[in-house]
Design a protein around this ligand. Structure first.
Ligand code: SF4
Ligand code: SF4
Length: 299
């Protein structure tokens, strides 16, 4: 709370009305995600491509993939129906920045047609550094980077490969590049005054002991929030391959990690790992009220 009070008024205002940053705001403001980004440029061991990206999204259901034009239509319809809708995010179902044409076209149109809606994006960070300048041209207020490690030896256990510069790179080298790109993207965003939230997936036995170090590094670089999320290891979500039988953390383990990483940085314990097409207040999903066929009937 003290740290919040020290922030410039403009940043405080952004936070206070943001359902994902403010415990209080999430009772009063709504957010929505549009699923426009199908592809991904890395492989996480915990990902099952049948579902949404675990960067932000709870697995279990596949989002309805939209074109940028359809997404814009949907956002405008939801904004008209839910006046508390202040934030639009692109979080999947793959990596938004691995689909730059689709993601940036959606932002471009929304910045023009709905300038009051605040935009955000989440990413694994691989494609982030060269897109920071363009993102900053739209109303992008915050970016979420999923950073699970800052040590390539640990990264090699989490990421079997990345696709970068037109080729597939595996092993420690892949993790090293990904980590370097994430840190570079974080630094560039902070330099541009964008709020950066870091998500980490807590994987017991893989990065649990390492996450306090991740927290220290990203805080030193100016990340605003560190959000530690549990690995969701459900049988229908596939296995953490290479590590058969990988389990999810217990509530007590998650709690302990969140406390260890909190430091002076506000933690976001109310994040619900929303789906890539979530609509409404946090913890509620009104997506079914706004499917494309229903929106098309409105016209
Ligand atoms: Fe899956 Fe997301 Fe990882 Fe890509 S970044 S592999 S979509 S969890
Ligand atoms: Fe907010 Fe977390 Fe939901 Fe994203 S996934 S909209 S950060 S609560």
């Amino acid at each position: 709370a003290d740290r919040l009070a020290q922030l410039p008024a403009a940043i405080r205002a952004k936070i206070n009305t943001h359902p994902c940053f403010s415990e209080d705001a999430h009772h009063h403001y709504a957010r929505m995600h549009v699923a426009v980004a199908p592809a991904c440029n890395i492989q996480c061991h915990y990902c099952n491509r049948k579902y949404d990206c675990s960067n932000e999204s709870r697995p279990g259901v596949v989002s309805e993939l939209l074109t940028p034009d359809q997404a814009v239509k949907k956002v405008l319809a939801v904004a008209a129906a839910i006046p508390q809708m202040t934030v639009l995010g692109i979080a999947g179902p793959g990596d938004p920045l691995a689909n730059p044409e689709r993601t940036l076209e959606t932002f471009r149109q929304l910045a023009e047609k709905a300038p009051d809606i605040r935009l955000c994006v989440s990413t694994n960070g691989l494609a982030l550094p060269e897109l920071v300048d363009e993102l900053c041209q739209y109303n992008i207020e915050h970016v979420t980077i999923t950073i699970n490690c800052v040590d390539p030896d640990i990264g090699a256990k989490i990421y079997p490969w990345i696709f970068w510069n037109h080729r597939r790179i595996t092993g420690r080298k892949a993790a090293e590049i990904l980590i370097q790109r994430q840190q570079e993207g974080l630094e560039k965003l902070v330099a541009r005054g964008v709020l950066v939230k870091v998500n980490s997936v807590l994987i017991p036995g893989v990065n649990d002991a390492h996450l306090p170090e991740v927290s220290r590094v990203i805080k030193a670089k100016g990340a605003f929030l560190h959000n530690v999320m549990p690995l969701i290891a459900e049988p229908e979500h596939g296995t953490f391959y290479g590590l058969m039988g990988q389990r999810s953390p217990t509530t007590a383990e998650l709690d302990a990690l969140q406390t260890a990483c909190a430091g002076d940085m506000a933690m976001m314990r109310h994040c619900r790992q929303c789906r890539a097409d979530a609509v409404g207040m946090l913890g509620e999903d009104r997506n079914q009220e706004f499917t494309l066929d229903k929106i098309e009937q409105l016209e």
